[in-house]
Design a protein around this ligand. Structure first.
Ligand SMILES: [Zn+2]
Ligand SMILES: [Zn+2]
Length: 111
């Protein structure tokens, strides 16, 4: 069974995206992590590397580029994913719910 968000909110002030899931868990993603974890072919270095799990490296990296990590908009893709539009114009990443959940940086998920 796939988990679904019951709410998605972005705070530009805190540069954090918050998702409440239908199992009650709350995920808070720094914008930089979302951008580092962009699942598109370009960011992941080729279609063969587009897995359903984020690259573990993204949890230890930092990205401070204001344009790259500036969240401009969130667009729903059907009922299964969202696309983030970044200030530098990048919008190729389709973040499926399963992927987003796997990208959650909280201690419970990272265990
Ligand atoms: Zn990308
Ligand atoms: Zn979590």
């Amino acid at each position: 069974m796939t988990l679904h968000p019951t709410s998605i909110t972005a705070s530009r002030k805190q540069r954090t995206l918050t998702i409440l899931w239908d199992d009650g868990r709350l995920s808070a993603y720094p914008f930089g992590l979302l951008r580092l974890g962009c699942p598109c072919a370009e960011c992941r270095g080729g279609h063969d590397k587009m897995g359903s799990e984020p690259d573990p490296q993204v949890f230890t990296m930092r990205l401070d580029d204001e344009q790259k990590t500036g969240l401009k908009d969130i667009v729903a893709v059907g009922s299964y994913a969202v696309t983030f539009i970044w200030l530098d114009g990048h919008d190729a990443g389709i973040y499926q719910w399963q992927y987003l959940r796997a990208l959650c940086p909280c201690l419970l998920c990272r265990k």
